[in-house]
Every structure is written in C-alpha cells, then in structure tokens.
Design a protein around this ligand. Structure first.
Ligand code: BJW
Length: 339
C-alpha cells in the first residue's frame, strides 16, 4: 500500500472537491501494475531493441517483420492483461465528473476495458487494435481489431518441454512409492509376465504424453524468433496491395487531428483549468507533455503520480508552489487520492 503523507492527501482532497475542470495526462506507468512494460528505464528493451527505436516509420520501412512482431507481441500481452485499480479509479472519476478528460498516451486499450467513458478519453498515440494501410493511395483503416494473432505468421511460438519433476513432486512420489510397494509386490506376484509388461508400457506411454506447452517469451533476445517475409504480414483487404501497419503514432508523425481538435476544444471551452493529474509518464514526449504547460497556464494546479521522484513534467525546475507529488504505484495511489 502507498504511504501517502497525510497533509498532502488532505490538501489534495479538499482541492479536488472544489475542482470541476480536471485533465489527466497518463502514460505507460498507469498500466505497469497490469504487467505491461514502460518505454524508458528497466522495461524499455524488447529483445535487444530500444522500444522507442522500434516506434518509428524508419524502423517499419527497414524491417516491417520485426516491427510487426513487436506490435503483435504487445497486442497479445495487452489482451492478456487486465485493467488495474488506477484505470478503474480514473473511469469512476470520469463518470462522476463530466468536465474531466483523460489524455492517454497508452495504446493498450486498458482504460476502455475499465469502462472509461469514450467521449472523455482522448487517445493521443492511437491504439494497438487499429490498423491502417501504408499505401499512399489507399485510405483503409480498421478499428477494434482484436484478432490475435492478426496473421498466422505472427503467432507466438510455443516452447514444448518435458516436465521436470519438482523437489516436492519427488518427495511425494517417493513417499507414495514406499506406501504402495508392498501392495504392488503382492499384485505382481499374482500377475502374468505379459500382463505386467503391458501395464509398464502403458505407464511409460502416459508419461510421454505429458508435455508442457507454453508460449515462448519472445521479448527475451535469447529466444529464437523467425525472420518474416513481407508477404506473410497483414495485407490491406481494400487495395489488396499495401501492407497494413499498426494504427499507433510513431515519432515524427502527427497526432490524430480529430483527437487534437477535441482536446483543443475542451481547453478553449473555458478560460480556466482547475487541476492537472500527470500519471505514470516521463512527460518527455511532445506534444503530449505540452498539455501540462497549457493547463498550468490556465491556472491548473499539478499533481504528479509516479514511481520515480525525478520524473517531473518540465524537468528539474518543473514543480511549482502548490503542486503535489505522490510517489508510488499509480494503482495504489489513485484509488486513495480520487476517493
Ligand atoms: C510508474 C509506474 C507505476 C513506472 N506507477 N508510475 C525535440 C524537442 C521537442 C520535441 C521533439 C524534439 N525532437 C523530436 C521531437 C518530437 C517528438 C518528441 O517528443 N521527441 C522527444 C523524445 C524529444 N514527438 C513526436 O515525434 C510526435 N509527433 C510530432 O511531434 O509530430 C509533429 C508533426 C506535425 C505535423 C506533421 C508531422 C509531424 C509523436 C510522438 C509519438 C510517440 N509515440 C510513442 C509510441 C506509440 C506507439 C507505441 O506504444 O508503440 O508513444 S513513443 C512512446 O513514448 C509512446 C508513449 O506513449 C510515449 C510516452 O512514454 P510514457 O508513457 O511517458 O512512458 P515512459 O516509459 O517514458 O515513462 C513511464 C513513466 O511511468 C516513468 O516516469 C516511470 O517512473 C513511471 N512508472 N511504473 C506510476 N507503477
């Protein structure tokens, strides 16, 4: 559980009660407690690649197979993950306060699965579950495609291995053996040789059938991953020619204009913003990080929720008088401070 300083919690709660226009900027740290890795820091390597280096149009152009493997893996992991208490706390705040909006840099779909109202959720960097055609003459886009894998070539290979009996299994087996050995000896005496041989063969066969199948962890560089041919990657069903790509925003690409327009409209609707929540983001990527400054310039007080005390929006001089910094896991902190 998060140890939140009582004075901070009290002053924040009082301010929150009197706030109507609230904006949250969320990042990968929001989904960390759901088991999804962040971009920067410890979890930021996928195989031997920097995750942010794979999130570029250049990487896709050079090696679409590798980039698709990265995104297909992340689609798979996001589908397996479950929203955590932080996603639910934000969704609940959005239901209570129709003036509250979440600007999410995440593409994992967990806020949506926590029933965050769609009209109050702006996906700045797209979604893992959108795809679009890469051909310049084709406008094909498809949303909410949860097919996993999206094409057979992107299936995660499985590790097949013989089970290794654990120490407890062994002890258990030995104990059972000693208990029943006397009985076995008795029944063996009364059985024919052929009968005994047949039973032994059947037992061996049964043991061979028990093979543990599990997914290979292809985020680990030492695990084999095949090189894919472009013709095995997702193809556009409309132009039948272009390759599909994930509907996310890579570095150097503009954010979706309808999303930016919706955020601008919210910001322009009233002269004042009361509160900005900066949750689980290093706030280093633009234009997302810029919304904190804009909201602050409209009077918004800032509350940062982050595991790392150093990750302050605006760098080392970023904290201002009246701001709050709640250090810890967002899934512990948010349910407490947004109660
Ligand atoms: C926890 C926790 C727990 C951990 N609880 N906390 C120089 C200056 C300014 C700007 C630029 C510049 N050079 C280039 C630019 C522009 C560039 C940019 O910002 N670059 C910076 C790196 C400098 N921006 C762009 O290119 C953007 N586009 C653009 O500007 O377009 C202009 C344009 C206009 C017109 C025509 C053409 C162009 C696009 C940016 C797109 C970013 N895309 C990615 C990939 C998305 C798809 C995918 O997911 O793969 O978005 S990159 C990656 O970073 C991803 C994230 O959304 C984004 C932000 O990362 P985030 O979420 O903050 O994660 P981390 O890992 O950095 O931080 C996690 C935090 O959580 C940490 O603080 C932890 O401590 C914390 N944490 N566990 C609470 N349990």
């Amino acid at each position: 559980q998060a140890a939140i300083p009582a004075a901070d919690l009290q002053s924040f709660s009082e301010y929150l009660k009197g706030s109507t226009r609230i904006l949250a900027l969320v990042g990968a740290g929001l989904s960390a407690a759901s088991g999804l890795p962040t971009f920067r820091g410890a979890g930021g390597l996928w195989r031997s690649y920097d995750a942010t280096a794979l999130a570029t149009p250049e990487a896709f152009e050079q090696n679409p197979g590798l980039v698709w493997q990265f995104y297909s893996y992340r689609r798979h992991m996001a589908l397996k993950a479950r929203p955590n208490r932080a996603h639910y706390a934000l969704a609940e705040l959005a239901r209570r306060n129709k003036n509250f909006v979440t600007l999410s840099q995440n593409v994992d779909g967990l806020s949506q699965r926590a029933n965050h109202p769609d009209e109050q959720l702006h996906l700045l960097h797209g979604s893992l579950f959108d795809v679009k055609c890469t051909a310049f003459y084709c406008d094909y886009v498809r949303g909410n495609d949860f097919t996993d894998p999206i094409v057979p070539a992107l299936a995660i290979p499985s590790n097949k291995r013989e089970p290794v009996p654990s120490a407890t299994d062994k002890t258990g087996r030995e104990a059972t053996q000693s208990l029943f050995s006397a009985l076995e000896q008795k029944s063996a005496e009364s059985k024919s040789k052929e009968q005994q041989q047949q039973e032994e063969e059947e037992e061996e066969e049964e043991e061979e059938e028990v093979v543990v199948e599990e997914e290979a962890d292809i985020s680990d560089a030492s695990v084999f991953m095949p090189e894919l041919n472009p013709q095995d990657l997702p193809k556009c069903p409309q132009c039948k020619d272009g390759m599909l790509r994930p509907g996310v925003v890579w570095f150097g690409e503009p954010l979706p204009s309808h999303t930016m327009d919706a955020v601008d409209e919210w910001l322009d609707k009233a002269p004042k913003v009361d509160l900005v929540l900066v949750i689980g983001t290093s706030a280093q990527v633009w234009p997302a990080a810029g919304y904190v400054d804009i909201a602050r310039s409209k009077g918004g007080r800032v509350a940062v929720i982050n595991m790392d005390r150093k990750d302050v929006p605006g760098g080392s001089n970023g904290m201002k008088r009246g701001d709050w910094f709640f250090v810890g896991d967002a899934s512990d902190i948010l349910p407490e401070i947004l109660k």
